[in-house]
Design a protein around this ligand. Sequence first.
Ligand code: ADP
Ligand code: MG
Length: 320
Amino acid sequence: MAEDDLISLIAESTNRAASDVLIGIGDDAAVIDVPPGKSLVTCTDTLVAGVHFPDGAPAHSIGFKSLAVNLSDMAAMAAKPRWAQLSLTLPTMDEPWVRDFLAGFMVLADRYNVILVGGDTCAGPLSITVQAMGLADRDKLLTRGTAKAGDLLAVSGELGDAALALMLLRGGQSVHSQLLQRLHEPEPRLRVGSALAGIASSCIDISDGLALDLERLLRSSGCGARVDLEKLPASKHLEKLPDAQRWELQMTGGDDYELCFSVPPKRLPLLENMIRTTAVPVSIIGEVTASAGINCYDENGTVIQLRSSGYQHFENTDAS
Ligand code: ADP
Ligand code: MG
């Protein structure tokens, strides 16, 4: 199969009727209609074999995840994704692999009505770059740099499952299917993101571990935070682990794709109402503070210094 045949295969498998796509796959560039009054929100993310997914990960999962990580960024901005581009670098022209990959990609694309409008194809070490584009109301965007001291700090879903799955896989142990799904096919929190518009004061998606991503949000906002480790939401798989190991996975493990956000205390009733109306759980895990740095506490109020090297972020806090 030559490059043109591969592009035809992609076009056939992904073709969906869309009145806002004037020109999709097949010309030199795509042409899309952006509705008046909306802001165009765009992001891109690359997945490299052996770095972002284990060698030998199922093609279906790689397809799913390559879009999921981008939709997670859209969720963190309270944007509604609508179009995507896909750049594929493949070591060999493996048609069954490509079909499986596209099936995974399209499961998620169809779930959120995302249209594939173009991309690029070349030969080389396996790497996938997806660009997502979406729409948002300019006055309803969620951003990183807008948390204020005194805001409540919250996260969606549960933390640490993907890191636990990866740890078990690397150790050659069996992994529960729910954990594997959290690692390979994470659900982007799009409904939560859009429900948080008008409630959250700032938001970031957790792709590199809560500690690192929360620090990014706080640095942009010029604040710090107190995190109550006991309040970090854990699945039944994580709950079985000793505290120190669980907290380590939840704070520094990557690939959660949950949202971390701040909420002004006066909007707590709005948040509680939102939790009731969306199926996804939200946990309040601490508070934004005026002084920089992240301080973690156990249930007795004792400062906990986590061991992982990922915790260099805590070096300048009173915990060090
Ligand atoms: P050009 O050589 O003019 O840059 P290409 O041959 O790379 O064009 O692409 C032809 C068409 O196929 C374009 O519409 C492009 O967006 C689309 N395309 C190429 N590769 C992909 C891909 N992996 N996924 C989706 N569309 C693709
Ligand atoms: Mg061209």
